[in-house]
Design a protein around this ligand. Structure first.
Ligand code: ADP
Ligand code: ADP
Length: 245
């Protein structure tokens, strides 16, 4: 059984014009996707900028409301679920972004950032939370006194490690990584990818790995979907899509 299955998923953004803000058309960012993600695999999603990869990831996790279609998580349709139920299921699915600090408050310390998901879901008491944050930072290779420092003190690679620690806080099953290494130097890219692969084994994670760069996706994925203008135009095992190795 797939961990997650997407059926005829669509996300259209209205184009509004004029003083009356009338809808004059739609950007068909995601236009009828069908695919499954199986437990423990890494499904790569590639395609040029603007083809709808990000929107796919966000719509799948219900961070954006789908225009049409179904998203089945462990067989259960997430579309239209009441907020309370969705919130519980969403603990299982986390996102890793290109820059983990971009959308977060710069006044937060690293410790606060990593523990925020724990705060939101009120899953641990304060002392246990402090320990959990240290443990998470260690898991991503940041041992030492990181928790009281700020994002801007760190390099891109270290920042991404912090983003990954945050994503792991609630013991998710599925991680949607949206261009997680695109802003990093090539040598740092491979460090982060190796880390993600180690974590996948250690915690039985399933990945949807989004990138415009084929070489990155090829390295980490078991299967690859190629997107073009809001659709998946090819989907298959890596060895079938690309000439080996
Ligand atoms: P990718 O991740 O492949 O670069 P995106 O999913 O970000 O592509 O974008 C797909 C298309 O949807 C683009 O044309 C983009 O401009 C448009 N789009 C994305 N988000 C929005 C939004 N919130 N409002 C309007 N259009 C959007
Ligand atoms: P990425 O593809 O890395 O997510 P984008 O620049 O495509 O980066 O999108 C950044 C944010 O802006 C996203 O939240 C996206 O939904 C939104 N966005 C993208 N394109 C548009 C657009 N044409 N109109 C409004 N919002 C957009």
């Amino acid at each position: 059984q797939p961990l997650l299955e997407v059926r005829n998923l669509k996300k259209y953004f209205p184009i509004r014009k004029g003083i009356l803000n009338r809808t004059t058309g739609y950007v068909k960012a995601v236009d009828g996707l069908n695919f499954s993600i199986y437990p423990g695999e890494t499904l790569g999603l590639v395609g040029e900028s603007g083809c709808g990869k990000s929107t796919t990831g966000r719509t799948m996790l219900q961070l954006l409301k789908p225009t049409e279609g179904e998203v089945l998580y462990e067989g259960r349709n997430l579309v239209g679920l009441p907020f309370g139920e969705l919130r519980q299921i969403r603990k299982d699915m986390q996102m890793v972004f290109q820059d983990p600090f971009a959308s977060l408050d710069p006044r937060f310390t690293v410790g606060q950032l990593v523990s925020e998901p724990l705060d939101i879901h009120r899953v641990l008491q304060r002392k246990a939370k402090t320990r959990r944050v240290e443990e998470l930072l260690e898991v991503v290779g940041l041992s030492g006194h990181y928790a009281n420092r700020y994002g801007h003190e760190f390099s891109g690679g270290q920042r991404q490690r912090i983003g990954i620690a945050r994503a792991l806080a609630l013991n998710p099953k599925l991680i949607v990584a949206d261009e997680p290494v695109s802003a990093l130097d090539v040598s740092i890219q491979s460090q982060i990818i190796n880390l993600m692969q180690d974590l996948q084994e250690q915690f039985q994670l399933t990945y949807l790995f989004i990138a415009h760069d084929l070489s990155v996706v090829k390295h980490i994925s078991t299967r690859v979907g190629v997107m073009y203008l809001g659709r998946i135009v090819e989907l298959g095992a890596k060895r079938d899509l690309f000439d080996a190795p």
